[in-house]
Design a protein around this ligand. Structure first.
Ligand code: GDP
Ligand code: IMO
Ligand code: MG
Length: 422
């Protein structure tokens, strides 16, 4: 048995939550491998919408195991609220959810550091979700993080105090007024830690190894997207973890030789939330139409998402660094009614047409588009490939030809059922 990996190919919010939930019946275990509560994964079924931040998107299915891997940074406060909002009994969530002992904790001061650092950047701010992600991963890399396994140690509070004293010194350097904030945040944090203690913590690496030996099927769920990867994204406007397929190996403890399919998911257009270069961004009516029709507002922060046409050089790059074996096209329904579908096929850099991403996306001087005919009809009721309009099929065929990877799922609505398997 090999572990399949599902990840986003753009700037996040491609629809990972929806598809992981839809695919869960085919798997025994769903394992999130990186990120933290900066993620917002939306799942809709039976007319109800759920947004998950830390919990893997297989949680709504009876009899499945969900693992929060070592690659994550967990905010216990967000975790408790999320468990409470699921509409599933605590007992059942505890049966279905395992947490890696090696996952790191987001402390209250990580959130304050995130806010202080962003404020210090002024106009150059990253547009962070302010969930403490960057500072928590910074502590992990500088070997001073606190992990879930540390909750079992007698000296846990002492370790916590030492870290917070360090953070406080750094915060003072920012001249950041965190006054009473911290005491309140700590109270909530410690009571949430007690809540977290009720959950099964495991050596997820050994757990996954033995599950594979027993031929159990595992799907690794990514967060964010390839263009937000700390190494391969639009640095420094990225998140602080490896969102690419390799991140599934380090974020769960699986060997590269044990990975199987890589499902790359992308919107039929592009969005980005937060700052940073976005070559195909539209500031016109088409962009607004995509935002309105696609309800493009952040699931975590509610911020309006920037919208634009599909960026083929960026998509091909993501296919390359992830070794994508199947593509899933999301939100195809949002493009219904556009008379023309535009696709950026290459860039102009230093007066030369290029199809590769330059080192710095802000070096792009111009974008070269091709236009394909759009389709007028509403496709939200389509249930099979045959029913899809010829123009959409042509658009998909074009993407397949350009990327060399088959598009095997087309999503035509937010509901679990609005999913066409080809
Ligand atoms: P994720 O972070 O990748 O899980 O994506 P988000 O949940 O942040 O954002 C995707 C949004 O699009 C959510 O509101 C989904 O409910 C919605 N969505 C997912 N697939 C489709 C689709 O095919 N069509 C439409 N119209 N909405 C979709
Ligand atoms: P999902 O999993 C979209 C963006 C933020 C910001 C940058 C850094 O739902 O696709 P951070 O809080 O990580 O320090 O923010 O990354 N970002 C996301 N954008 N979807 C996400 O997750 C994101 N998680 C972080 O907006 O630009
Ligand atoms: Mg999201």
């Amino acid at each position: 048995m090999k572990i399949d990996i599902l990840l986003g190919l753009q700037w996040g919010d491609e629809g990972k939550g929806k598809i992981v939930d839809a695919l869960t019946p085919d798997y025994d275990i769903i394992a999130r491998f990186q990120g933290g509560p900066n993620a917002g994964h939306t799942i809709e079924f039976n007319g109800v919408k759920h947004v998950l931040h830390l919990i893997p998107s297989g949680i709504f299915h009876e009899g499945k195991i969900n693992i929060i891997g070592n690659g994550l940074v967990i905010d216990p406060v967000v975790f408790r609220k999320e468990v409470d909002s699921l509409g599933i009994s605590l007992e059942k969530v505890r049966e279905r959810l395992f947490i890696s002992l090696k996952a790191h904790l987001i402390l209250p001061t990580h959130k304050l550091l995130d806010a202080a650092h962003e404020a210090s950047l002024g106009d150059a701010k990253i547009g962070s979700t302010l969930r403490g992600i960057g500072p928590a991963y910074t502590d992990k890399a500088s070997r001073s993080g606190i992990r879930v396994g540390d909750l079992l140690r007698d000296e846990f509070r002492e370790i916590y105090r030492t870290r917070v004293a360090e953070h406080t010194r750094v915060l003072q350097g920012y001249n950041y007024d965190f006054g009473n904030d911290l005491r309140q945040l700590e109270e909530e944090w410690f009571s949430s830690i007690d809540f977290l203690r009720q959950f099964k913590t495991v050596s997820a690496d050994y757990h996954i190894d033995s599950a594979l030996t027993q031929n159990r099927r595992i799907l690794a769920e990514g967060a964010q997207g390839t263009m937000l990867d700390i190494d391969f994204g639009t640095y420094p406007f990225v998140t602080s973890s490896n969102t690419v397929a390799a991140g599934a190996c380090t974020g769960l403890g699986i060997a590269p030789s044990r990975t199987g399919e890589v499902f790359g998911i992308f919107k039929a257009y592009c969005t980005r939330v937060g700052s940073g270069p976005f070559p195909t961004e539209l500031h016109d009516d088409d962009g607004q139409l995509m935002r309105d029709r696609g309800n493009e507002y952040g699931s975590t922060t509610g911020r309006p998402r920037r919208c634009g046409w599909l960026d083929l050089p960026a998509l091909k790059y993501s296919v390359m660094v992830n070794g994508v074996t199947r593509l899933f096209m999301m939100k195809a329904d949002v493009l219904s009614g556009f008379s023309k579908i535009k696709v950026c096929s290459s860039y102009t850099v230093n007066g030369v047409e290029v199809s590769e991403l330059p080192y710095c996306l802000s070096d792009i001087e111009g974008l070269n588009y091709i236009e394909l005919p759009g389709w007028e009809c509403d496709i939200t009721g389509c249930t099979s490939w045959e029913e899809l309009p010829a123009e959409l099929k042509d658009y998909i065929n074009y993407i397949e030809k350009e990327t060399g990877v088959p598009v095997t799922i087309v999503s035509v609505g937010p509901d679990r059922s609005a999913t066409i398997y080809r």
